[in-house]
Design a protein around this ligand. Structure first.
Ligand SMILES: Cc1cc2nc3c(=O)[nH]c(=O)nc-3n(C[C@H](O)[C@H](O)[C@H](O)COP(=O)(O)OP(=O)(O)OC[C@H]3O[C@@H](n4cnc5c(N)ncnc54)[C@H](O)[C@@H]3O)c2cc1C
Length: 392
């Protein structure tokens, strides 16, 4: 819920501009498709169609500095833009390029790397995916084993990355690799790789619902030049941490969650499923979501950096994913049993037939895992606070 009375005049004027833009550009078919989305993860095709509309105002890179092609919005303006899009059902934008790798290259790249990466990203010509996790390295990301062996000026990469969302659509991948054969974090380096390079193979992984969101990506003698290395050998951990902080703490999910709760409530009321218990659960969700929105607003409008902000990024990752799961649980617990069937559609072999909202409930069970599991986020919050406040 946006508390508009807390906004200044300039912010209110910007909010009106955003709402006018959404009224003009957001057609009902796009919103309906987004509402029927089978998971919280952005849909590549629809998300990019929406980005094309935002691009006219540079709002797809609203928070990037103007010097690097962005709109240079203030943190509050960016918050308002993101919140309103979510609230009005605008398609979520795939984050790996514009949200993750762009700001990371702005922060760590050379001029040549910025010139190579940023313009095609802004223009929508390049689509990125994230190659961090491996079969033996997820929570303990520093254990990645995929190796980039230095041969003269060049590197030869061997290994594989797993759970790589949208690799089937991407033409670029950023990867955390090992450049030295020891276990230290100084042995890690961050590379930007063209997926058309010989030796890169993408294999789909199907989810429980039959949906295809992620993949395994194999690297077999993939040769890249020195321009693929970001921030120098041994700097991979620092770069990855910067990027993960964006992944966990820089999104505005309040508007999307607020819309989801309103739609859930409307569905339950229309089906006559709201008894005193459900009423109570809806009220608790409403209250907890408001607390989340306030935290997200405070975090989003802080200046970047600082230990407590890292902890806040971990905390809001826990919070939004658990709110999402709670909403889905309530939807399931109060569903009419007949609504659990597959909308009357015949089951096809190899598919778990189920209505979209139920598929989305299964797919969203992944939210407390992706971006770093919530258990690990809790450990990180504890560690950061202990350091910040100096207790044993
Ligand atoms: C839908 C989805 C999309 C994803 N997309 C991407 C992507 O695009 N790119 C990418 O690189 N990765 C991606 N991932 C991978 C994701 O980052 C990892 O799944 C996550 O970091 C957990 O790692 P893991 O799966 O190896 O689980 P593990 O690390 O094996 O953890 C297993 C369980 O043990 C718990 N655990 C582990 N260590 C600790 C600890 N120290 N304390 C307490 N509990 C612990 C975890 O919480 C978890 O419950 C995606 C995952 C999902 C589910």
């Amino acid at each position: 819920m946006l508390i508009e009375s807390a906004l200044g005049d300039a912010e209110r004027a910007f909010l009106a501009e955003v709402r006018a833009f959404l009224a003009a550009e957001l057609d009902p078919a796009l919103v309906a498709a987004e509402d029927a989305q089978r998971s919280f993860i952005a849909d590549h095709e629809r998300g990019n169609r929406w980005i094309d509309r935002l691009r006219r105002r540079r709002w797809h890179v609203g928070h990037w500095p103007a010097a690097h092609g962005g709109a240079g919005l203030t943190p509050m303006e960016n918050y308002l833009l993101q919140y309103e899009q979510g609230l009005h059902g605008a398609p979520a934008a795939p984050p790996m390029g514009l949200a993750y790798v762009g700001p990371t290259v702005i922060r760590f790249g050379t001029e040549a790397q910025r010139a190579a990466v940023l313009p095609p990203l802004i223009a929508g010509e390049d689509h990125w995916c994230q190659g961090f996790s491996e079969p033996g390295a997820g929570s303990d990301l520093a254990r990645v084993q995929t190796f980039a062996e230095r041969r003269g000026e060049r590197y030869v990469i061997n290994g594989s990355k797993i759970w790589t969302t949208d690799a089937q659509h991407a033409n670029k991948i950023f990867v955390l690799l090992r450049t030295r054969r020891d276990d230290s974090r100084e042995a890690l380096s961050f590379f930007l790789v063209d997926m058309a390079t010989p030796g890169v193979t993408v294999r789909p992984l199907r989810m429980l619902t039959g949906d295809h969101e992620f993949n395994q990506v194999f690297f077999d003698d993939v040769e890249v030049g020195p321009e693929a290395l970001l921030a120098g050998e041994g700097q991979g951990w620092a770069v990855a941490r910067f990027l993960l902080e964006i992944e966990r703490g820089s999104f505005v999910f309040g508007g999307r969650l607020r819309r989801r709760l309103a739609r859930l409530e409307a569905r339950l009321r229309a089906a006559g499923r709201v008894d005193a218990q459900v009423e109570h659960a809806l009220a608790r969700l409403d209250r907890d979501l408001l607390a989340y929105e306030m935290t997200e607003l405070r975090l989003g409008t802080l200046a970047q950096g600082g230990a407590l902000q890292n902890a806040a990024a971990n905390l809001i990752k826990i919070d939004w994913t658990e709110l999402l799961v709670r909403m889905d649980e309530l939807g399931l617990a109060s569903a009419d049993p007949s609504a659990l069937c597959a909308d009357g559609a015949p089951l096809r072999e190899g598919e778990l037939g189920m209505p979209g909202w139920l598929a989305s409930r299964f797919n969203n069970l992944a939210a407390p895992i992706y971006g770093g599991s919530n258990e690990v986020q809790r450990n990180l919050v504890f560690r950061t606070l202990r350091q910040a406040w100096g207790s044993a």
